[in-house]
Design a protein around this ligand. Structure first.
Ligand SMILES: Cc1cc2nc3c(=O)[nH]c(=O)nc-3n(C[C@H](O)[C@H](O)[C@H](O)COP(=O)(O)OP(=O)(O)OC[C@H]3O[C@@H](n4cnc5c(N)ncnc54)[C@H](O)[C@@H]3O)c2cc1C
Length: 384
């Protein structure tokens, strides 16, 4: 093998790309190609970093649950400190949005580890909330803040300790499958890399990368979400406040290193790009914070936006492309790519290596077809 020849090339150095590469490295020669000058600069470095078991659809919840042990009892060889810190989530009901709250309670309360609490108890947990109009809340005590940096650096360490490589400033500009040699020739500014398997973990750019390789797109929709950090009113210790989410998911706030992270939970369709926050979305978040708590935002400490990329059914897309067997998709993790990374990256690596995965799917009570890109190409009436 020459120095640019690998068994698997992974496009994208976010949590998805570094996660799958870490799992592949003990079994094969693998390299990650990242276009930026460091990994994790896009969605992975801009998330709200939450682990919430009851978030997302059935498939996402199964993947999150399967990732729980990895986060809560991490292998000391993977990282030195904790990967999560407990953080309660409080979904609040307000009189003006009674219907949304009642629907949430009816749907979610019987399903899981949630408890209903009164408005007064909600106020004890988060003393800045306005009691007026608060009709109650639902508490998820099993949620946590994720140490995203520790998670990604654990993956990168694991990758490198098994001889895998991470190339930065290595934007994939084109990829051609050489039928005779049975491998992809992948063009980057660092030269041509070769491997029989190309993993597309390019986040919002997943369809763009597929197009460069002549592979049919999956219809990825990058959606912008905005966040800002603002001050906590003087004299209050917000460290143990829960994350507070409006029942119709139109606003959330959570403590973040002595400040408050606020978001209007926007989902504006975007191009794949280094997305920037829109002033209006930041203003909406500040306004909703004021309505809910009375906190008047005097200073935006920092603000950012990131892309949450979905396909129509809001499940991730994981598996070999139907018409290009050496092309593997690991995309569309939406707003759940961090909390599902442990289960998804391990499962995806097994699929790439063609190892048995029956037991994993059985344990999660989902099917390979729930994730496979093939589901996206079926005529509409066949899609469940
Ligand atoms: C505001 C916000 C809040 C969120 N909150 C949460 C949360 O609380 N919990 C949770 O689990 N998830 C959350 N998410 C979602 C989570 O961040 C994503 O699902 C996850 O980061 C996706 O990881 P990724 O590796 O697929 O994408 P990315 O991190 O975007 O990585 C893709 C990489 O591909 C690279 N790339 C693209 N094109 C090329 C190319 N041609 N050549 C080489 N490299 C290329 C990019 O530079 C990028 O580094 C949130 C997202 C946002 C924006």
């Amino acid at each position: 093998m020459d120095e640019n020849e690998y068994d698997v090339l992974v496009v994208g150095g976010g949590i998805a790309g570094t996660g799958i590469a870490a799992h592949l490295a003990p079994s094969c020669r693998v390299a990650v190609l990242e276009m930026e000058e460091q990994p994790g600069l896009h969605s992975t470095g801009r998330s709200a970093a939450l682990f919430v078991a009851g978030y997302g659809n059935r498939v996402v919840r199964a993947l999150t649950l399967a990732s729980r042990k990895f986060f809560f009892s991490p292998d000391p060889r993977f990282c030195e400190g904790a990967l999560v810190n407990k953080r309660k989530i409080m979904i609040i009901g307000r009189a003006e949005k009674r219907e949304a709250f009642e629907q949430f309670v009816a749907h979610e309360l019987p399903a899981g580890n949630l408890e209903w609490i009164s408005a007064e108890v909600a106020l004890e947990l988060c003393p800045v909330l306005h009691l007026d109009g608060l009709i109650g809340a639902v508490l998820d005590v099993d949620a946590a803040d994720i140490e995203v940096h520790a998670l990604q650096h654990g993956y990168i360490r694991q990758l490198k300790s098994h001889g895998g490589q991470l190339f930065v400033n290595a934007r994939v500009e084109g990829a051609t499958f050489d039928q005779a040699a049975g491998r992809w020739d992948v063009e980057t500014p660092l030269g041509v890399f070769r491997a029989p398997i190309l993993v597309n973990a390019a986040g919002a750019w997943a369809d763009e990368v597929a197009a460069k390789a002549g592979v049919k797109p999956i219809g990825i929709e990058p959606r912008r979400r905005t966040a800002a950090l603002v001050d906590v009113p003087e004299g209050l210790d917000s460290k143990d406040w829960p994350m507070v989410l409006d029942a119709d998911e139109s606003f959330y706030m959570k403590p973040d290193a002595g400040l408050l992270l606020i978001s209007p939970a926007d989902e504006t369709l975007s191009e794949p790009e280094d997305v920037q926050p829109d002033e209006l979305d930041v203003a909406i978040a500040a306004d909703r914070l004021q309505q809910l708590t009375g906190i008047e935002v005097r200073r935006i400490k920092s603000k950012w936006a990131g892309l949450r990329s979905f396909v129509g059914d809001r499940s991730p897309v994981v598996g070999f492309a139907t018409e290009n067997p050496g092309f593997f998709w690991l995309a569309a993790q939406g707003g759940y790519g961090i909390q599902t990374a442990p289960a998804l990256s391990s499962l995806a690596a097994k699929l790439v290596l063609k190892l048995p995965v029956h037991d994993e799917f059985e344990a999660m009570k989902i099917r390979e077809e729930d994730l496979s890109p093939a589901r996206l190409y079926q005529p509409a009436e066949q899609v469940r």
